[in-house]
Design a protein. Structure first.
Length: 113
């Protein structure tokens, strides 16, 4: 089981801390928006869209405020966020496959990220 990494960042002034919170908020929004789109597409078609397709699509998808979450962050940060989601989905598919072969290993059926 992975544990969340919690770090204390010291030495930031008020503006730097405010900017850091804003950027982490944008990254969270990009992750959640992409997750929602992927889950909707997967439920509708049964197909999973890997990172390259996600990356291309999310550069154009607007949020409720009319902004593009992908473009609110630097490109590398947005790409890493989408790669993390891709990794989480691949892990989920691997768990589903393992669950079908060894259900006693799990306390319940694995759920998507």
């Amino acid at each position: 089981m992975k544990k969340a990494l919690k770090m204390k960042i010291r030495g930031l002034d008020r503006e730097q801390f405010k900017r850091l919170r804003e950027l982490t908020h944008h990254a969270k929004n990009l992750y959640n928006q992409t997750l929602w789109i992927l889950r909707q597409a997967f439920e509708a078609t049964g197909l999973y869209f890997a990172y390259p397709k996600m990356d291309k699509v999310m550069k154009q998808v607007e949020n409720i405020e009319g902004e593009i979450n992908y473009k609110l962050l630097k490109a590398k940060v947005s790409q890493q966020t989408l790669r993390r989601l891709d990794k989480n989905f691949k892990s989920f598919f691997k768990c589903i496959k393992d669950f079908q072969q060894n259900p006693s290993k799990y306390s319940g059926q694995p759920k998507p990220p």
